[in-house]
Design a protein around this ligand. Structure first.
Ligand SMILES: [Zn+2]
Length: 302
């Protein structure tokens, strides 16, 4: 009995000494690769806003954004609800956004539904009056829409709606999904939460409303039916211009499109696998003057 215990404890010790350090090293590696990719896509998505990054002595990473330091990962343990209600930037990029077409409500993911408010406030305005100074009417082929002009959000909306109108000219059914547009800027909180809606920042648009569009209104089967019929080309137009679609959330919000270019870029360049076999952590990103510069900054600091 004693002998058996000895073998077991020796095996246990062997495991701790040999296997775990490797596993830990791998985990550290994955964490750093993921950080670097997040920061690269953020700096590509907000080139005029994010000036630099900084790593504190205790290992916290900060973005320098409009002269302010904003924490990237607070390293707090969070459950999936806290990751939505109290997200840092890392949390907002953790779930990969699926860029492919879907035909039903997605299971278990809400990519883009977590928002880092300190980040949004810094870019789009700290409070209602600051946000409103950053709003502008954008003249699009689908009408004049009020949107935030910072970080090229309004420009991206204009491009999306101009392209959407062209789709509708080719396929008149698409008109029924765009017109009437249900809303854009609206300084309000998300229903039943104390959190500001992305509409309050002027970075979200609701296209034509249908009774099956929202997870609180209908069950998943009705939501899936609506998603199945939703024009895939229309979704792609918005995604190509940096918008995430609420139709790709388990807590679906099908009429809702939200400007989150970093989420789209991360998914586009790096897909859903944290692949360690790639030669470089940035493999997948087009290399040009801008990205080379950003990669250099990141490699220097992380
Ligand atoms: Zn909305």
């Amino acid at each position: 009995m004693k002998y058996k215990l000895f073998i077991i404890s020796t095996l246990f010790l062997f495991n701790i000494l040999t296997l775990n350090p490797m596993a830990l090293e791998n985990e550290d590696n994955l964490y750093i690769i993921n950080c670097k990719r997040d920061i690269l896509t953020l700096m590509m998505a907000y080139p005029d806003e994010i000036e630099d990054i900084e790593v504190s002595e205790d290992g916290f990473i900060y973005l320098i954004l409009n002269n302010k330091k904003i924490i990237y990962d607070d390293k707090k343990e969070k459950n999936k609800y806290e990751k939505i209600s109290n997200a840092d930037i890392q949390d907002t990029l953790e779930v990969v956004y699926p860029l492919g077409d879907i035909n039903s409500v997605v299971e278990g993911i809400d990519p883009g539904r977590a928002r880092a408010y300190i980040f949004l406030s810094n870019i789009y305005g700290e409070n209602q009056s600051e946000i409103e100074k950053n709003l502008s009417f954008f003249s699009t082929s689908c009408g004049n829409i009020m949107f935030n002009k910072n970080a090229k959000a309004g420009e991206a909306l204009k491009k999306s709606l101009d392209e959407a109108k062209k789709l509708a000219e080719k396929d008149s059914k698409i008109n029924n999904y765009i017109f009437p547009i249900s809303g854009s800027y609206n300084y309000r909180v998300i229903q039943d939460t104390g959190r500001l809606s992305p509409h309050a920042y002027g970075i979200a648009i609701d296209l034509t409303r249908n009774d099956s569009d929202y997870w609180k209104w209908v069950d998943k089967s009705k939501g899936s039916k609506r998603i199945e019929g939703y024009p895939k080309e229309l979704v792609r137009v918005f995604e190509n211009n940096g918008f995430v679609w609420g139709g790709k959330w388990e807590h679906f919000d099908i009429l809702h499109f939200e400007y989150r270019p970093e989420i789209i870029l991360k998914s586009k360049f790096f897909g859903d696998k944290l692949d360690l076999n790639k030669k470089e952590w940035y493999e997948g990103v087009p290399i040009n003057e801008q990205t080379e510069e950003i990669i250099k900054i990141i490699n220097n600091k992380l």
